[in-house]
Design a protein around this ligand. Sequence first.
Ligand code: FAD
Ligand code: FES
Length: 274
Amino acid sequence: MEMEGVIRMKKEYTGEILYQEKMYEGCYRMVIKTDEDLLRTSQPGQFVHVKINQTGDPLLRRPFSIHRIDLAQGTISLLYAVVGKGTTIMALDLPGKKVGILGPLGTGFSLPDTKPHHVVLIGGGLGAAPLLFTAERLVEKDIQTTVILGYADKHRAMLEGDFKRLGVKTYISTEDGSVGNKGYPTEVLEEMISSEKIDAVLTCGPEIMMHKVAIICEYAGVNAWVSLEEKMACGVGACLGCVVRIRDEAGSHYEKACKEGPVFKASEVIFHEN
Ligand SMILES: Cc1cc2nc3c(=O)[nH]c(=O)nc-3n(C[C@H](O)[C@H](O)[C@H](O)COP(=O)(O)OP(=O)(O)OC[C@H]3O[C@@H](n4cnc5c(N)ncnc54)[C@H](O)[C@@H]3O)c2cc1C
Ligand code: FES
């Protein structure tokens, strides 16, 4: 099927930027007023594909995790870092600007069938973005939730207040020790997993961190899910630009990060460094 045809089958919504919050230099939280249908159908771990300018420049949409859904305010929030052309334009966007939002896309976090008692979320840097929405949904379901957030330093350490407001036990670690534990979030997980009962671990962040989480959880016999960040063009399963290798009985096969993912069972992912 033609790529445009597949895109047309997905719902495109119009959003209006309400405001942007500067988290630190080069990182912003964009709050967008949009259609209730998009807000109600979004699940944690899914993403939206954003058309930044109606002029068609940049041509390709940009994928962003759903950071927050606020049904009462009618808003969706994105948390993003400025890395290239598209995000540079976004950072300059003013309230009132219209953006196109395709979504919700992909397969988000799923939890074990039986009600888990304790779920641990691990975010590295911008990987914390989808975990706030995830934590909100877990808390709504009355599931004990702990979050471990890892950052380079105190200037980039964000979202502690947002998670604490939900009543979620929150650990921060920084590589230079300028705030929280000194080291990586995986070190906090290693300690926790040996002393507490954990039913599931959900993680998003640099691949090297998620791979480490996968190894720790495999060794401890805890189910884990990772949210992969592959380069995406169409975002809807038509271009095969985002395939990842998934382990199976015959060896491996490819799945599309934008459709079957971005969330995969950690034990099934063949990470790039392998
Ligand atoms: C499922 C998913 C969720 C994401 N969620 C977030 C998020 O919550 N916050 C955040 O800051 N970033 C997130 N990203 C990464 C974000 O999409 C890129 O940083 C962004 O597309 C860069 O656009 P740019 O025009 O500024 O950069 P450029 O480098 O100029 O982009 C050029 C092209 O490469 C693509 N591209 C570049 N980097 C990435 C990347 N890391 N992943 C995918 N495509 C990329 C762009 O879409 C574009 O087509 C996510 C990526 C994926 C796949
Ligand atoms: S981005 Fe086109 S198939 Fe995934």
